[in-house]
Design a protein around this ligand. Structure first.
Ligand code: DCS
Length: 481
């Protein structure tokens, strides 16, 4: 019998190759257990609202009014909605022919792209051009679109940090490119050494791979580090020398939990460096409404900004965006609101600041509780979460645990995380899903569970971990640091 195109054996091999651990084996098992009635704490996805974070009031008011414009006709609208939310909704509706039910420009609504450009200009101190900003359905779509534009075949390599957020490995696999890893150094607080980068590139080139782009995630996922300005400068110089496009994933730019290294955008550092690099290096930066203190993951709002990309390429990217017609229009409004929130003097300003500060300050405390909690456990070491939404402790698995895992045909950290899930309901992602050095094991949790639940979660983790270690430790040694 002849095979049909969608029979498993005949589908696109790249689809099978793509792996995405954030919703992998652990997540599936957690969902099963939940169906059986077990209480699961989903710390596997950076999905703040799913863990109880309340939406910010002002943006929801504006979008609610845009979604239901008849409310604007109601004489009582002013009793429920503040005047600045009403004015903003009317403003957006006046800009969007047909309202939220109509496709928009494939690059996004021009006036919202202008709001994004103004935000970038204020942030970096250099004006930004709305024509070079495209709105997308979450940052993910933008990343995929750009990788698709760069990758021509298996010979094209993309430098990706390890550990990395698996969007990158999965998308590179889907588009048939080659992932070229560079390792972040755990003992240097997940820092990045440019000499290692050079080595990674040299090694890939010796295998005939044409390295064309480099990804940085700043602040890091899953590793949580914030890159210093000096480090960013080194990275930019490196990309310039090696003729690489830099993809700056900056979706966690609002999520910073220390004061020594505030977020600084790759674009600002690049433009500060002056010509020739500032005029030549090709940079794409990504942002989203899913993270920060917004956490509006379900709205799927994102953008990318292109620096030093030739107009003909920008046009090709536009053409490809047009194939999907338009990014979600409500998502675009969220993006507009994120980059242009209430200002001092606006009716909603105080409430907006109270809500957003409350979330960020609590995240900062939670980052500390988690790191300290992990570091108090036997055979667990953990760098402080300087930024983003994750804790990524190293678990020093005893050889007996590694053997036990192998007997079951499981990767050792998957084995550990499954046992943790069964014992405590805490659903994490094994470090192997992000990549890690050979023989070293981690897990990733988000720092998102409600602050009041944190102590109990950490106590339950410690109890599990310490009894796991008791069971498998034979006092002869550990997995390598
Ligand atoms: N880039 C990074 C580094 C991310 O961590 C994520 C989401 C994205 C891009 C894409 O986000 P949006 O498409 O929603 O804008 N992070 C996933 C994660 O690790 N857990 O939850 C989602």
């Amino acid at each position: 019998m002849s095979r049909k195109a969608l029979d498993y054996d005949s589908i696109n091999e790249n689809v099978k190759k793509a792996q995405y651990a954030v919703r992998g084996e652990l997540y599936l098992r957690a969902s099963e257990l939940q169906k059986e009635g077990k209480k699961i704490i989903f710390t596997n996805v950076g999905n703040p609202h799913a863990l109880g974070q309340k939406p910010l009031t002002f943006p929801r008011q504006v979008v609610a009014l845009c979604q239901a414009p008849f409310l604007l006709e109601d004489p009582n609208v002013g009793l429920i909605f503040p005047a600045d939310a009403i004015a903003r909704a009317k403003h957006y509706l006046s800009l969007i022919p047909g309202g939220l039910g109509a496709y928009s420009d494939s690059r996004g609504i021009p006036a919202i792209r202008k709001e994004v450009a103004d935000f970038i200009g204020r942030r970096d101190g250099y004006p930004s051009d709305p024509e070079l900003i495209y709105l997308t359905d979450g940052a993910s779509k933008g990343v995929m679109q750009i990788l698709n534009t760069i990758i021509r075949g298996a010979g094209d390599g993309i430098l990706v940090p390890v550990p990395q957020y698996p969007l990158y490995s999965a998308a590179i696999a889907l588009f048939g490119g080659s992932l070229v890893p560079y390792y972040l150094e755990e003992t240097a607080n997940w820092g990045l050494d440019v000499n290692d980068l050079r080595q990674s590139v040299a090694q890939a080139r010796s295998k005939g791979i044409n390295v064309r782009a480099m990804v940085i995630i700043n602040p890091g996922n899953p590793t949580g580090q914030c890159l210093s300005e000096a480090n960013l400068r080194e990275i930019l110089n490196f990309c310039f020398q090696e003729n690489l496009v830099l993809l700056g994933d900056e979706v966690y730019q609002q999520n910073v939990y220390q004061d020594e290294r505030p977020f600084i955008s790759s674009r600002k550092v690049l433009l500060d460096m002056g010509p020739p690099i500032s005029k030549e290096l090709q940079l794409i930066s990504f942002h989203t409404v899913s993270k920060g203190y917004w956490g509006e993951c379900g709205q799927r709002g994102g953008y990318f900004e292109m620096t030093n990309i030739p107009p003909r390429t920008v046009d090709e990217i536009y053409k490809v965006a047009s194939i999907s017609l338009s990014p979600n229009v409500p998502a675009q409004i969220f993006m507009g609101l994120m980059v242009n929130p209430p200002k001092p003097g606006d009716i909603s300003y105080d409430q907006f600041i109270r809500e957003s500060k409350g979330i960020l300050e609590s995240l900062r405390r939670r980052a500390r509780i988690m790191t300290d909690g992990f570091n108090s456990c036997r055979n667990v070491i953990c760098n402080f979460t300087e930024g983003a939404m994750y804790s990524f402790p190293q678990i020093r698995l005893p050889p007996k645990a590694i053997d036990a895992a192998k007997k079951l045909g499981k990767v050792p950290d998957v084995f550990y995380c499954l046992k943790l899930l069964e014992a405590t309901g805490i659903s994490t992602v094994p470090g192997s899903g992000f990549g890690q050095k050979e023989g070293v094991f981690h897990l990733r949790t988000t720092i998102l569970p409600a602050e009041e639940d944190m102590p109990e979660i950490m106590t339950s983790f410690k109890k599990f971990n310490d009894s796991f270690m008791e069971e498998y430790e034979d006092h002869r040694g550990y997995s390598r640091m």
